[in-house]
Design a protein around this ligand. Sequence first.
Ligand code: NAD
Length: 260
Amino acid sequence: MSTAPQVVLPAPPSFRLDGRRALVTGAGRGIGLAAAAALAHAGAHVLLCARTTDEIEAAAAAIRAARGTAEALTLDVTDPDAVAKVLAERPPVDILVNNAGTNRPDFFTDVSISDFDTVMALNVRATYFVAQSVARGLINAGRRGSIINMSSQMGHVGGARRSLYCASKWAMEGFTKAMAIDLAPHGIRVNTLCPTYIETPLTEPFFRDATFRQSVLDKIKLGRIGQVDDLTGAIVFLASDASSLMTGSSMLIDGGWTAE
Ligand code: NAD
């Protein structure tokens, strides 16, 4: 008879999201669409939101065609009252990917007040109040949840012609930590995801400039520009119980940009 001690293996992580509801803002294309598809693949029912009905309906239909469950919400997230109303009419969402965002790069002394207001209205004001609506729904229903704020490596460093974008993403890093403190007693986790440059419709015009493209490649230590697929594993991780002890934190997926 063996005298070897019986080994009890730790439980494996669960990345499944069956039975959870997820809201992804800016889900019509780019990173948001990839996030929505990945969450649906992991079993979540996904609400995709963006301003353009055709784009968002097509995205939701593509997820359903891939055997996910998804519905499209035409919604401008810069209108907090509209967001609150739409969310109050539905069961609470357990997962938020607070992704809609924009960038208006310019040299610091040329940044216009109009661009400042546009970027801050979407990247800071809208994301803040979408998170607030989601958190209120969860608290009222007594449910736990995970909020993923889509930040950037530019929420951790500075960049040329990025003073406005950096202001918005550093703000997001700050409110994420403070939200995490307020919401932890309710079992609601709040983290940021911080990508390097990813090829999407947002960055496509920037990369038409070969000098800019090379300057980005020179800083990404792994030597390639990111693709949306580089982010989806992290999104499912942050949404799932596999990250259940993680809150008020940032996950950098930057190919080593900020390592130096
Ligand atoms: P994108 O422009 O390709 O897609 C943005 C999506 O947001 C679109 O579906 C658009 O319709 C939607 N949107 C814009 N304004 C909206 C509004 N008012 N209400 C609702 N939806 C709205 O952008 P992307 O490159 O996929 O970026 C998504 C997020 O990731 C942004 O927050 C961006 O700052 C961040 N990010 C992007 C990169 C990158 O290199 N692409 C890097 C780091 C962080």
